[in-house]
Ligand binder design. Sequence first.
Ligand SMILES: [Zn+2]
Length: 263
Amino acid sequence: MKKMVTVFFDLEACLDAPSKRRFDLRENMQKISKILDKHKVRAAFNTCGIVVERFPDMIKELHNKGHEIASHGYAHENFVQLEQIGELGAVLRKTEKLVEDITDEKLFGVRSPWLIHNKRVYSILKKRGYKWVSNRSIFRTEILKAPGTAFPLVKYLFFSMLWKTYKKEPFKIGGLLEIPLLSSQDGELLELVDPKQKSPKNRLDFAYQSLKTQFDKSGKIFNLNFHPWLIGSANRSALLDRILDYITSHEVEFVLPKDILKK
Ligand SMILES: [Zn+2]
């Protein structure tokens, strides 16, 4: 059986945060879209409602190209806090309506902002009809070899051990399918740099080598996890192109999370 690969992008709302103001989401998304087209990859976009409101045509285009639109809250809220004040359902509904008005299709999945979740959050997601979530991640030891950092052996051994116990395939939890993160996120690989700032070549090489190792070490299923504001800005989209070049040179099948539900 071919290895299944899913590519996730968290399409976030933090367009107004001062540190993230200096980028053009449309331009970043065009770069990303071109690379996905080149490799014939359909991806999952975990999207904030606020992005749907501002860029409905962009969401429509992603949907028409066969990408999956999932929820990432309305304005990148903390779902646990929202649940505590009884507002999670209403916030989820807002994004569902925005997306469904465009795609004419029910949302299947959701990724919690900052991956923050608990049992009560999951029970509300289940009640609202969601089928998959993707909120479980683990620190990957490849990050410890980042350029310019001292290598902490104890930490390396600890996380190597923890990785052995980490669930590396989707599993059922509270009636939902949890799709665990199987690669380091772009923010960990490249650091949360100012979008206008270029990433040095050694940092991009390090990020590529890390993702390559993580892909090689993976089993039946693998996923990549990016953020358009970061991977699509300055010179970083080259990393997306390069890792997709590597992955597509193997026997793999790119799948959407909603397809995994049927497997
Ligand atoms: Zn996010």
